[in-house]
Design a protein around this ligand. Structure first.
Ligand code: F6P
Length: 350
């Protein structure tokens, strides 16, 4: 089993989650019934945070304000609570200490807590009021890959359920969303194959890069963050991600030809901005690829999303393939941690 098999295993896992949405969200519906939630606060770290961030546009579309917060920010610094909000803690491992402490803090404040974890018997799931199964099972490699995709889908299903409860989505509308998600899942294998071919074409430029900078807006900012964290952990290499407009600080000042640049973008409000940044980077700085529907250059990875609302998964497939191929070409063993001794200094787990 290679890491690529792990990426390839994602679409059928997601498909079976979509087909069982009602059963998966059954216990959540009991908890949110009659509560009229209009606000969701997500608490999660790393890929768990990114998964929540990727789902925020759907909540917004359904009239629900959604916001992700890092566990340390919440546990150590947050002092005000919104008892009319649903708090959702996300932890693939289910035992991240600060996420667990967030549940305790929320319960002391009288708030309702929903968890999303791979194992519904994990400490965080057991401590929460309602536990949603992330759906990823046990990740075969160290790096959250299946899990980040199933986190995004779990959050989308949470949004759809809250939309049904609030009346913003009818049952028929929810089924249409399921179909739209299935159309995205249907193209993920093709995105994977094309990403592999794209990597082969640009391998030399990518292997030369000392660092990787990623940018995107809205849900594609979440993809940029995930591309960043995966390349950093897996290759490994120095990486950073920016909200699309924020990356402009870099080329003005610090970026140079030893970096590689990825801009995730779709047609619409930010297309011209994304193209302008990519053109400047390509003409004046170094290797830059536009990923998504707006590219026209030979370095770009161009595809029409099967769905704009749920297309983040298509972009994410590209990011996962890139991290895997770069890691593989660098001779990285993805079953072993580098610098595993850090756990003698600090541990995130209970
Ligand atoms: O989702 P969990 O299990 O709480 O872990 C959060 C993050 O911590 C890490 O395990 C290590 O930083 C990441 O890989 C992960 O995304």
């Amino acid at each position: 089993m290679t890491f690529l098999d792990s990426i390839a295993s994602i679409p059928p896992i997601l498909e079976s989650m979509v087909r069982s949405r009602s059963e998966r969200m059954d216990s959540l519906m009991d908890v949110i019934a009659g509560r009229g939630y209009k606000r969701v606060v997500f608490i999660g770290s790393g890929s768990s945070y990114n998964g929540a961030l990727a789902a925020c546009p759907l909540f917004d579309r359904l009239g629900i304000e959604a916001q992700p917060v890092f566990p340390n920010q919440f546990t150590s610094y947050t002092t005000s609570f919104d008892r009319d909000a649903l708090y959702v803690v996300i932890s693939q491992g289910g035992a991240t200490r600060l996420v667990y402490e967030a549940v305790e803090k929320l319960h002391e404040a009288g708030c309702t807590v929903c968890s999303i974890t791979a194992d519904v018997e994990s400490p965080i799931a057991a401590a929460s009021d309602v536990a949603i199964e992330m759906g990823c099972g046990e990740e075969r490699f160290l790096y959250r890959t299946v899990g980040v995709c199933t986190t995004i889908l779990s959050c989308w299903q949470l949004a759809i359920s809250m939309g049904i409860e609030s009346g913003a989505v009818s049952e028929a509308g929810a089924s249409q969303m399921d179909d739209e998600i299935l159309s995205v899942i249907g193209v993920m294998p093709e995105r994977m194959d094309r990403a592999l071919a794209w990597y082969d074409l640009h391998r030399f430029s990518l292997m030369r890069a000392d660092y990787l900078m990623c940018a995107g807006a809205d849900d594609l900012w979440a993809v940029a963050r995930e591309a960043d964290i995966k390349a950093m952990e897996m290759v490994p290499m120095v990486t950073r991600s920016f909200e699309l407009e924020e990356i402009i600080h870099g080329p003005q000042n610090a970026f140079d030809a030893s970096g590689a640049y990825l801009i995730f973008a779709r047609k619409g409000v930010d297309a011209d901005k994304a193209r302008a940044i990519a053109t400047f980077l390509n003409e004046k700085i170094g290797f830059c690829a536009l990923v998504g529907g707006v590219g026209t250059g030979s370095r770009d990875f161009v595809f029409e999303e099967a769905s704009e609302l749920f297309g983040a998964l298509e972009h994410l497939t590209f990011a996962q393939v890139l991290a895997y191929r770069l890691a593989d070409d660098h001779g990285r063993d993805l079953t072993r941690r580098l610098n595993a001794g850090i756990s003698a200094y600090i541990s995130k787990e209970l």
